[in-house]
Design a binder for this molecule. Sequence first.
Ligand SMILES: *Cc1c(COP(=O)(O)O)cnc(C)c1O
Length: 369
Amino acid sequence: MPKAKETVLVIDLQALEHNYHFLKSNIKPQTKFLAVVKAYAYGSDAMLIAKKLEELGVDYFAVAYTNEGILLREAGIKTPILVLHPQPLNFHQIIEYCLEPSIYAPRILREFIKVASEQQQKSYPVHLKFNTGLNRLGFWEKDVDYIAEQLKGREELRIVSVFSHLAASEDPAERSFSEQQIGSFKKIYANVKAKLHGKPFRHMLNTSGVINYPEAQFEMVRCGIGLYGYANDPKTDALLKPVATLKSVISQIHEIEPDETVGYNRAYTSEGPRVTATLPIGHADGIGRHYGKEAVSVLVNGKEAPIIGNVCMDMMMIDITGIPCQEGDEVIIFGKQLSAEQQAGRAGTISYELIAGISQRVKRKIFGV
Ligand SMILES: *Cc1c(COP(=O)(O)O)cnc(C)c1O
């Protein structure tokens, strides 16, 4: 990997390929694989990631919002794209760009039927989302009758799949709750099959679900975080490879006296003589305030250097006392050598938030094509 000369997010497509094959090895060969590429593919680069996964033969993509799906279509992605959380305002574009909406509430169903019918659609592919305990998005089981009534005698829509989402798939203490969700999903599906036309397929598992509930793979699984190298579990993490490495550089080195302060609000005071380095990365790049005040360290020539004082909008300062380094040297914030899971954990958050939060200001660089 070439040394960074500014703040960059290096994206390793070989790591992605490795993670994809690892996750595939945990599901039955006939189970379809949906790759979740929402939020710029968890903060990496949706286009690069989707292109690579399409080459590898992924069956489906999912994004959260319609505009994310449009970007993929404009980049030439041909694989079916499920939009997990569309709004009625987007329905014309959903159809224009051949995106497949999640239909998650009676209002959404009515509005989508209206647009599909105006556009004289026939068998337009949609997916029914059911709530089994996360209480976030989805129909209730009792809505099946309402859905059947709305679709009766209509040909505009075709229900491609029925799905739900686990609330705590990564948490062994919540196993009985997860099993209860899986049970109610099966019941809902039987009801859907009995009352609606067609033979939709089923999906329920995210990355941790694939690892912890292999019996609930059904016909497809939906993996996000695992593709990017994290799995909410140290044993699985060890078998995955982080796709994104966030690097920066030392802009300037300062030697400070005892009892000097560093940064805004003078949040750091030197106890003795210290050497500090300023890096061109801050809040606006995705590094939150909780990473400062020595909560988290970064790597300078293989040595840990704590982030001192308050992180600024475009900069942060680290303590490099005793670390052989110079201005222009590379600094690693997270990645292969320093997992985003660990870094996020030290700041009181999770890998998802750290990696998905790296802003579009940070240049993306491909590695391992
Ligand atoms: C984001 C998301 C996923 C992916 O979850 P991971 O834990 O990242 O694998 C799957 N399904 C739904 C509905 C999601 O919103």
